[in-house]
Write a new protein. Structure first.
Length: 180
């Protein structure tokens, strides 16, 4: 296997986002709603040393990855609420790589696991009660263009699985087994 192929696999352990693969609204909602439990299983019994291991050369540590999920999903939840209450709001991007370098991304992952649990409890409820018209609402991302909330739901289902796979694939590569 070439070095380029290995690096690509480590960066995108479940592949790049493919909207066609995330066409099931019910499955996407379940993935988003179940992320807190899935993530807790993925990080279970990891030591601080393991959490401070990058998932790939030049990539984030597993700790930074968990904190990134909290940052990203807080932003996404807010974006959903903006799109549900305003006519095609323009959302504000943020520099996620710089956020991952701030001091709070060195905290215990328990802090972000709690945030993720709270955000996803609320987000899951919101998603389960949205109408077809709600899912058709749009927002504008200045870098990537218009998105419907249906498309955003698929994107964040992928994002949930993508970063969980960074953790689980690192565990597999290093043979960090789960304690019984």
């Amino acid at each position: 296997m070439s070095a380029e192929k290995t690096a690509t696999d480590l960066r995108f352990p479940i592949g790049k986002f493919d909207p066609a693969a995330y066409a099931s609204r019910a499955e996407n909602i379940n993935t988003i709603a179940n992320l807190p439990a899935d993530l807790k299983i993925a990080v279970r019994d990891l030591s601080d040393e393991q959490l401070d291991t990058p998932y790939r050369d030049g990539g984030w540590t597993l700790r930074q990855t968990v904190h990134h999920i909290a940052d990203s999903h807080i932003n996404s939840f807010c974006r959903f609420k903006l799109a549900l209450t305003e006519e095609m709001p323009t959302i504000r991007p943020y520099l996620e790589d710089k956020w991952a370098e701030l001091s709070d991304s060195k905290l215990s992952i328990d802090v972000s696991l709690s945030i993720i649990e709270g955000v996803h409890t609320r987000w899951g409820e919101l998603l389960r009660t949205m109408s077809d018209e709600d899912f058709a609402r749009r927002l504008l991302h200045p870098e990537t263009g218009q998105w419907t909330l249906e498309q955003m739901t698929g994107l964040y289902a992928w994002h949930s699985r993508h970063h969980t796979a960074h953790i689980t694939s690192t565990r597999e590569r290093f043979d960090w087994i789960f304690a019984e």
